[in-house]
Design a protein around this ligand. Structure first.
Ligand code: HEC
Ligand code: HEC
Length: 242
């Protein structure tokens, strides 16, 4: 008797429709929670909302300039930076998708955790501050502040700030540039700078930076107002040289 089959068929058709509708809905109206779902894997390491802490190793990503962050995601995906867990996560993601994720974290303006207290010798404090504020002309090292901003909070869209990062992370980045396991787009100014620093310089400058309290505004400066002292790949050239 055909009637006996109608309830299950109706159910099948209903379920098919309901599946289609649900599907159509996710395409027509993006779920506002989809970005939260997309970045769930990220916050496991970078902290809720990408905040991280100033201790440990994981760098904070909340509030970093968008183009800088996008470049880093490309670097990890394409092998110019190495961290297995991140490279794997990003391997199959498209440029557009990475740009959106970078924009999401860049737009977060969240309070910073307290500054850790790191013991430095007076010589380390002096050398660290000298590198940051003045550089070392004899060794071809411009002041870090001439590119990372006078307040060291970075300059949009491609220059990151240097405050609020763990010392171990800073040491590792400068070390990685020296040995070539971290690379930026050519010309890679940071590779030249890191190679001109010796190990004591790296320890002094990373300790000095990690010890600085956060300024009242931690948002990157809106734009470069003067030329950079060296060419840096990935930093929009026209704006940098105007
Ligand atoms: C397993 C832990 C882990 C996961 C998951 C993870 N990250 Fe990372 N991430 C790290 C570590 C560790 C570094 C620093 C690696 C290094 O030494 O260069 C890093 C570096 C970064 C940087 C560069 C920061 C800077 O200041 O240059 C960005 C941007 C970033 N991650 C974004 C993300 C995003 C977006 C996701 C999710 C799609 C993600 N991460 C998932 C651990 C993780
Ligand atoms: C000529 C400009 C310039 C100068 C001078 C400069 N930097 Fe950089 N720095 C950059 C650029 C550009 C990047 C981003 C590279 C990229 O896109 O991967 C960067 C990135 C960094 C990073 C990575 C930040 C992160 O979150 O992973 C660190 C650490 C850093 N610089 C430290 C320093 C220190 C310390 C000095 C001074 C001794 C210095 N920089 C001087 C241009 C400069």
């Amino acid at each position: 008797m055909p009637g006996a089959f109608s309830p299950p068929w109706a159910l099948v058709v209903w379920c098919f429709l309901c599946g289609t509708l649900a599907h159509a809905q996710t395409i027509d109206r993006p779920d506002p929670a989809s970005m939260a779902a997309r970045v769930q894997a990220c916050v496991a390491c970078h902290g809720a909302q990408g905040r991280a802490t100033r201790e440990g190793y994981f760098p904070r990503i909340a509030g970093k300039p968008a183009l800088y962050q996008y470049h880093q995601l490309l670097h990890f995906r394409d092998g110019r930076r190495r961290y297995g867990a991140m490279s794997e996560l990003l391997q199959h993601l498209t440029d557009d998708y990475l740009r959106e994720i970078a924009g999401h974290f860049a737009a977060l303006d969240l309070p910073h955790p307290p500054t850790p207290s790191i013991t430095l010798t007076p010589a380390q404090r002096e050398r660290g501050e000298q590198l940051v504020r003045v550089g070392d002309a004899a060794r071809g090292i411009p002041a870090c502040a001439s590119c990372h901003g006078q307040a060291l909070v970075g300059i949009a869209p491609a220059l990151p700030g240097l405050l609020g990062l763990p010392r171990d992370y800073l040491n590792a980045q400068l070390g990685a540039w020296r040995v070539g396991t971290r690379r930026a787009f050519e010309p890679d100014c940071m590779a030249r700078i890191a190679k001109a620093l010796d190990e004591e310089d790296i320890s002094a400058v990373s300790g000095w930076l990690a010890n600085q309290p956060m300024p009242a505004s931690t948002l990157p400066e809106p734009a470069l107002t003067q030329a950079l002292p060296m060419d840096c790949g990935g930093v929009p050239a026209a704006e940098a040289r105007r």
